[in-house]
Write a protein that binds this ligand. Structure first.
Ligand SMILES: NC(=O)c1ccc[n+]([C@@H]2O[C@H](COP(=O)([O-])OP(=O)(O)OC[C@H]3O[C@@H](n4cnc5c(N)ncnc54)[C@H](OP(=O)(O)O)[C@@H]3O)[C@@H](O)[C@H]2O)c1
Length: 308
């Protein structure tokens, strides 16, 4: 099969479209013919080598942690999914990727919502997993007010909508150019940076209850001060979390609490309550450009790669 892969750490120029061995579904897994896969910052963090001390990859390495496509192999012990089903889901966490290819193995999945294109579904699962993990860790419940630092990006847009579906009011930080976009998602927009507490006061007269940091821009001290308790803050992106007593949420090996979010999210999507805003879609052969666009840090929603 054709896959986009790299043989050494480096810039996006190390990515090569090559012929490789097809993977096969192990116990509890399915294999899909990939139609689309998401690009997440972790793809280029891993490729650059910046995470080599905490997450080494085996070379050659195929990026892409989530995907949508058509099931063409069902592993031992799998029930309720058959060859020919359209699904979206996550590649095994231990592999750190593998979906930027014609075939990929999934370890968690749900039926693709009818209302989503394959592009939308292909970029959804990683962020649904993360958002579900984060909201669960925060015990986010109806009536609370949630602040998302970095609400306009891939994970922020999904976390905002899942929180709204749980009955929370969501305030999200973004640059001014993304305020209209957040407003259309039902998120109260606010500009990030110095003075955030003052800007929040009129937007959340009863205060903010919980915070998800989806930006990782070194603002944990300010975010903890806003809610007065580090346990009411979860970060997806700030490696300094420990120093602030804040939980860093990442995919655990084995079953993630976020997997439960996949079927729920699919149901929300089919009721018109969850969209996957797409920033840009690239064909597989342009994966390097997709990584470079992600690395600008300015994505409004999700970047997705389609597979022929
Ligand atoms: N631990 C996990 O399980 C997990 C899962 C998913 C993602 N993540 C991490 O979470 C982070 C976000 O991921 P993503 O996929 O959402 O990235 P992304 O789509 O690239 O996020 C881009 C967004 O970041 C916003 N942004 C840039 N600078 C900001 C700042 N100083 N304050 C607030 N927002 C800012 C931008 O908004 P403006 O253009 O308006 O500035 C843009 O919309 C990454 O570090 C990623 O690795 C971790």
């Amino acid at each position: 099969m054709l896959a986009m892969q790299y043989h050494r750490y480096g810039g996006s120029e190390v990515l090569r479209l090559e012929e490789v061995e097809e993977p096969h579904a192990g116990p509890g897994q399915v294999r899909i013919a990939v139609r689309a896969t998401g690009v997440t910052p972790a793809d280029w963090y891993l490729r650059s080598g910046m995470l080599r001390d905490i997450a080494t990859v085996d070379f050659p390495h195929i990026p892409g942690i989530d995907a949508a496509g058509i099931v063409d192999e069902v592993g031992e012990g799998v029930t309720g999914t058959a060859v020919g089903d359209a699904v979206f889901g996550l590649v095994p966490v231990a592999d750190h990727g593998g979906a930027a290819a014609q075939y990929a193995v999934l370890e968690a999945w749900a039926p693709k919502p009818q209302s989503w294109s394959f592009e939308e579904a292909g970029g959804a699962a990683g962020n649904i997993d993360a958002a579900t993990r984060g909201l669960t860790a925060l015990e986010a419940a109806e009536g609370m007010t949630l602040l998302i630092e970095g609400a306009a990006g891939g994970v922020g847009t999904i976390a905002a909508q899942l929180a709204q579906a749980r009955g929370l009011t969501v305030i999200g930080t973004a640059s001014e150019t993304n305020h209209g976009f957040l407003d259309r998602l039902g998120v109260i927009p606010v500009t990030y940076g110095a003075g955030l507490a003052d800007r929040l006061a009129p937007l959340a007269p009863h205060g903010v209850d919980v915070v998800l940091d989806a930006a990782g821009k070194g603002t944990l001290a300010e975010l903890v001060a806003l809610v007065g308790d580090p346990h009411r803050v979860v970060t997806f992106a700030d490696f300094d979390a420990d120093r602030h007593g804040v939980r860093f949420s990442r995919s655990p090996a084995g079953e993630s609490p976020g997997w439960a979010g996949l079927p729920w999210a699919a149901d929300l999507a089919d009721h018109g309550r969850l969209t996957v805003p797409l920033h840009a879609v690239f064909p597989l052969k342009e994966t390097a450009t997709a990584h470079d666009v992600s690395a600008t840090g300015r994505a409004r929603g999700k970047i997705v790669i389609t597979v022929p």
